[in-house]
Design a protein around this ligand. Sequence first.
Ligand code: PHE
Ligand code: ZN
Length: 869
Amino acid sequence: MEKIYLKDYEKPAYEVKTIDLEFELHDTNTLVKSSMRLSRKGKENEVLFLNGEELELISIFLDGRELHESEYELSESGLSLHQLPKEFTLEIHNAINPEANTALDGLYKSGGIFCTQNEPEGFRRITYFMDRPDVMAVYSTKVIADKKAYPVLLSNGNLFEKGDMDDGKHYAIWKDPFPKPSYLYALVAGDLGCVNDSFRTMSKNEIELNIYCDKGNEAQCTHAMDSLKASMKWDEERFGREYDLEIYNIVAVDSFNMGAMENKGLNVFNSHYVLADADTATDTNFMGIESVIGHEYFHNWTGNRITCRDWFQLTLKEGLTVFRDQEFSSDMNTRSVQRISDVKSLQERQFVEDASPTSHPIKPDAYIQINNFYTATIYEKGAEVIRMIHTLIGEANFRAGMDLYFKTFDGQAVRTEDFIWSMQEASGFNLEHFKLWYSQSGTPEVNIQTAFDKDTRRFSVTLTQSYLSPTQIGQQPYLFPFKLGLLNKNGQENSLKLASNENQPLLDKGVLIISKEEETFIFTDIEEEPIMSLNQNFSAPVKVHTSYALEEYAFLMEHDKDEFNRFEASQTIASMVLHKLIDTIEANGPLTLSDVYVNAFSKVLLDMKMDMSLKADSLTLPSIAILMQERKVLDVEAIYMARNFLKREIIRSLGADIQAQYTSLNHSYEYTLDSASMARRKLKNTLLSYLGALKDETVILNQYRNANNMTDRLSALSILANSREEGKLEALNDFYERYKDNTLVMNKYLAVIASSELKETPMNVKKLLEDEVFDIKVPNLVRSLIGTFARNALHFHAVDGSGYSFIADKVLELDKINPQIASGLAGVFKDYGRLNEKAKVLMKSELEKILSTKELSKNVYEIVSKILA
Ligand code: PHE
Ligand code: ZN
């Protein structure tokens, strides 16, 4: 299949100045009329190619004259026109079928709502257009629809006019004054409920804010609305960015391929990231809403006002906007807690991706299907790269660089180099070497060696970086900030002084700048051999290796001043213990647990001064996904056994303390959403998960029964879903009956069942496929049930290959419905290379089955062929 390369980029031959659209909405036969003002940029006779897919062309008019079929060429992928004047008007009429659009790309129906999704290449499924982000036009839209069925008619920009028509129809005209690429175009029509509010900007403009949802759900929009106002204020204060239209609309829909979309003035959201109340949403859901509402709002400047020249630049807007939303969440909540959660998700998803056959740089140089590149790498690693620039040049220079970026490139479609230029220009820091982070893939590893000389009181630290990638060759060492602290025996940090002959700069707060394959730093005036706290606050997205034993990590877990590293030490020590257990299981040896670990765990448990959220994170064992990364050959059962053994040992040694602390936290508080309450619930539920390893499930059932919020209820339910005892059925049935009419909550139910370790899980999942709450056309439900099961390593990697063949069949079934969702699911096969021989044979035949299927989508083809290569 055809590959697209960055190096082949060419400027568009024509410019579209304005486009006026008119839609007559109809379920199966929507009529689209487009009228464009175009002008030629390239040489005479330059062909005009307009992308168009699954469109029914009706007629074309050039400067008012209807063209004969012989005057253009029509293909599966679009329309070519020749011999065009320098300036002209092109009017095109075509028809589309929104109801048949199960790919949810372009104009489609979700429930009773018409909505659009055009990033990255959906607009070509609406009308013929130069569907590429460097074509920025001024849009106006007239929407016509039945007034009763679709009282709300929305598009980008400001409302210009609306009115009634005969035969029960009405119309609305929207005008967006800002030129934008087609991927930011949006249209919505439906019978929607609405929550209305307003925001006064720093230059005293009153902005109308609306959140639209299914009728009856209005009360669940308050958190989203609060988050929107907070985002608007934050972007003014932290980045000096103000909103630029009179109105900001958000629409929540149930069927959506991703989280949300930043269409200019008209965001379309997966309802998962809008609707929440105490009874139906967890604390994590509330946090997710704040962050995604912020993310889409921040795109208005980083993405919309300044957009991407081509899709290879995707991280220009996504990495930067994720960085901005992470900073927003940090300022709104507890910074270190936010950092831990962001890094955890990076390690669990991005590190895994970067070690797999689908590994790619944050700025890829080729793709078959751009939809496959909305990845943890482009987003999360992209954000880490921006964060490293922030660390290297400091907050003030970073802000100046952002200001310069906005000033220089507003209204343009640009490249990542333009962003780097702004940062370099504003700070004077040479970022040339740093750019390797954009072109190289793989997670760098840093090895640390030290030497201490008591007489000269010098401590030297040698860093060696390795920078291999599973998909690239010929890589170079990176430049990155590396923050460290040197602790003495009572936990105090030494002040850091480099020997005077060092030419490397030491930025403030202990940040070294690493740029070579191997470098040695000599610290002076060190009285006793220190213990290092390395890569503090996760200053660079790398893996660090030391020769430290459990004792040193236990020490850091107790004493580190850097809260992130206190957490990281807890994960490192647990991983060391777990990997040793896994090795022992694989060698059929007897399992024992080191006292060092139990003592370290117990110190954290009994530390009553520690932030409760940090404590909860530190007491949480590394996930199966994290543990799997470190195994050369996967033995999934051994990993589960080791983790369960460790849990049981912890509860055996520290059960009384865990029980007591759980009880002291388990008062019936009123449900509030402040950081302290969320932290308390998180700790309580972390302790509860250990109590789940006990035979007696009364405590867990009681929490389920008495819960006054979803966080507590769902935590208890997911523990019970793994239990073999009686109470499980009571809770699961109760949950189902209570919430079966709420699809967002049913997602949680499906995920709880699909993630259970019990042996009946595959059977339960198959049963739920037939349940009335499930619908394979709705991406959230597919992700919750099938996606969760596919990530349930114990069952996915079942030794008889049944997990592989089940998921392969679902990939193929979904590919006919929604290729984007199908290829997302196909990604779970990426551990192929690390399977044992028997499993490999089984998985291989499933992958080959997929690849040999007729009319396979580009999406699935690209992922599966990379895995098999
Ligand atoms: N641009 C969206 C975001 O990150 C993500 C998205 C991509 C949504 C493609 C839909 C389709 O904010
Ligand atoms: Zn985004």
